[in-house]
Design a protein around this ligand. Structure first.
Ligand SMILES: [Zn+2]
Length: 82
């Protein structure tokens, strides 16, 4: 695993039909759901992809990392040298 790289930000490339369809309201299809809050992610939405999991936001990726011990909350303290 690459150190210092904690997440892959991937924006789903919408399927390109190349047919120049006029913009019509279409029924949105749920493609994924957030692994943390299960919010639906529709075609064209951006989402966060990390290690095979999908999240609606980087915030929820952060919570996932904390929940799984992949990241931790620390308290900032000044170093004491004596
Ligand atoms: Zn979420």
């Amino acid at each position: 695993m690459e150190k210092g790289k904690i997440m892959d930000l991937e924006v789903e490339n919408p399927m390109i039909t190349g047919e120049g369809l006029p913009e019509e309201p279409q029924e949105e299809e749920i493609l994924f759901s957030c692994d943390l809050c299960h919010q639906e992610i529709y075609e064209g939405d951006s989402y966060i992809y990390y290690a095979g999991d999908i999240f609606c936001s980087s915030h929820h990726l952060g919570e996932h990392l904390l929940n799984h011990g992949l990241a931790e909350t620390r308290i900032a303290k000044r170093k004491v040298f004596h």
